[in-house]
Write a protein that binds this ligand. Structure first.
Ligand code: XMP
Length: 516
């Protein structure tokens, strides 16, 4: 899939697997240069056609000699495009240009001290004689290819960096993209701006201006519809479309009654009162609760909620007549064609829209070139409030996945109040940006307690708070005991029917973040 933006010089990151390519692409963008990830086996012809301003070869988990190891089209190295290779990337370069990669079985993992050998070199120009870098490799280059100068080493790796400035080829065995490498971002910026001479044009203002131009071009005078959930992605899509096409946009907010305290009001306030978006607010709690009556199976609950969402949404869309476009908050990580088959993760389940018979919309996905941190920055620049821009992840089915057993209005009210206390107290301790997710869960059990002179038989609330980078793995957050004590006290005193509070100390795996 090609997304290149017309007016932006583009850096292509060849993805040799594992998690490195996305990180590199983000670092390049932090240097204000637009970047995209492409599979490692992209052909030299395709690269030449796309005319990138530079290439970066990512690291990867394989050994260059392993059977089935990913290899690039070696003709790419002859195109005259500035190329920077990291880790596996340096080995690919050495392999195809006649260097030698002996099998030593001596790997190097973690911190290492880099010693610059050639102060006159280009890539490491300006670095101190020694600095800290991050290594993660088993093989390493033994002899650099003809034409290359070895520019740095570590105690275990004789060729920690090499370059052939006449061919504009540069490579490091260490990982400049990880934060542990002391001057990593400086190296990347120096390569992009000074060596490849790419201007820093990928700025927030530019991103928004280009997106607005593209939307206007695509949509023309047509009408667009957008589903609002109150989450970051749909909110930013709505704000961006509103900036681009104003009242050609209608937003439909399907309020299933399972949002957190005050969230529905906030969505309405921000979009209707502040942005003056044409907003249809569908209050559908009763409709949802009657469908969910007696349902306890988590998968069935999810299915009912998901299907009903689209029914309600399309009912509203039909009433609007003459709408051609449906806007969606698809992000770049959802559409990357990964270099490694294992990491291939087109998140179609988030994006498959079951159009009913006879209904069709063209999709418009104005965020599909952006990473999440860029989406938040765009949202902030467009004037969305902090509570929306920095909102913690919240599942589409909302509090339904945090009520175990049957969902009722009373249980939703109870959970909403407990959850609001958890959020308020985390905020009071200034931990909202540090903890990935924090919320309350209402399980389907009751236990005995005592309040005043009376015996109680009430529900517990479980507090869940996790540290995570991407929700794939997570650890339970080590919240201060005093904070937990405060939450517990307040929940028991302020939320009727709750007589006990527990804290979930399970990591993921083996647990999941949500209960269900
Ligand atoms: P689990 O519970 O599987 O959750 O560890 C991983 C992350 O995904 C979020 N989540 C969802 N997000 N729609 C979403 O957009 C959903 O249906 C959904 N279910 C779980 C969850 O909050 C966590 O961040």
């Amino acid at each position: 899939m090609t997304h290149e933006l017309e007016h932006q010089p583009t850096v292509l990151v060849l993805d040799f697997g594992a998690q490195y390519a996305q990180l590199i692409a983000r670092r390049v963008r932090e240097a204000r240069v637009y970047s995209e990830i492409v599979p490692y086996d992209i052909s030299a012809d395709e690269i030449a056609r796309r005319k990138p301003a530079a290439l970066v070869l990512s690291g990867g988990p394989a050994s260059v000699y392993a059977e089935g190891a990913p290899h690039m089209d070696p003709r790419i190295l002859e195109l005259g495009i500035p190329i920077l290779g990291f880790c596996y990337g340096i080995q690919e370069m050495a392999l195809h240009l006649g260097g030698d990669i002996p099998r030593t079985d001596i790997g190097e993992y973690g911190f290492a001290e880099l010693e610059v050998l050639e102060p006159e070199c280009q890539l490491l120009e300006g670095l101190p004689k020694t600095s800290q870098v991050w290594m993660s490799h088993r093989d390493s280059v033994g002899t650099a290819p003809t034409g290359f100068t070895v520019t740095a080493r570590t105690a275990t790796t004789a060729i920690a960096a090499m370059e052939d400035s006449s061919r504009k080829l540069y490579a490091t065995q260490f990982h400049p993209e990880v934060a542990h490498t002391q001057f990593g971002q400086e190296i990347i910026k120096h390569f992009l701006h000074d060596i490849a001479e790419i201007p820093a044009m990928w700025t927030m203002v530019n991103i928004i201006d280009e997106a607005v131009d593209r939307i206007r071009e695509q949509v023309g005078t047509d009408h667009v519809i957008c589903g609002l959930s109150g989450g970051v992605d749909s909110s930013v899509v709505a704000a961006l479309l509103h900036r681009a096409v104003g009242d050609q946009l209608t937003c439909v907010f399907v309020d299933h009654g399972m949002l957190r305290l005050d969230e529905a009001e906030q969505v309405i306030h921000v979009f209707r009162d502040t942005f003056r978006v044409d907003l249809v607010h569908v209050q559908a709690e009763d409709r949802y609760l009657s469908l969910l009556a007696g349902v306890t199976d988590p998968e069935q609950k999810r299915r009912i909620i998901g299907e009903e969402f689209w029914k309600v949404f399309f009912d509203e869309a039909e009433k609007l007549k003459g709408v051609r476009w449906l806007a969606q908050g698809t992000l770049y990580p959802d559409v990357i064609e990964s270099g490694s088959k294992h990491a291939a993760k087109i998140k179609s389940h988030h994006n498959l829209i079951p159009f009913p018979e006879g209904v069709h919309f063209d999709l418009i996905e104005p965020l599909k070139t952006l990473f999440k941190d860029e989406v938040r920055a765009v949202g902030a620049e467009l004037g969305l409030p902090d509570e929306i821009v920095h909102r913690q992840p919240f599942p589409g089915p909302g509090l339904a996945v945090r009520i175990i057993g049957e969902i009722t209005h009373e249980k939703l009210e109870t959970l909403r109040r407990a959850d609001a206390i958890v959020r308020e107290e985390i905020g009071n301790w200034d931990l909202n940006r540090e903890v990935w997710q924090y919320f309350a869960v209402l399980p389907d059990i009751r236990s005995v307690g005592v309040m005043g002179d009376e015996r109680t038989y009430g529900h517990p609330i479980i507090i869940r708070a996790v540290a995570s980078a991407d929700a794939m793995t997570a650890d339970w957050a080590r919240l201060p005991h005093d904070l937990l004590a405060k939450m517990s006290n307040r929940i028991i005193n302020e939320v009727e029917g709750i007589n006990r509070v527990a804290y979930d100390i399970t990591s993921k795996p083996p647990g999941t973040i949500e209960w269900e």
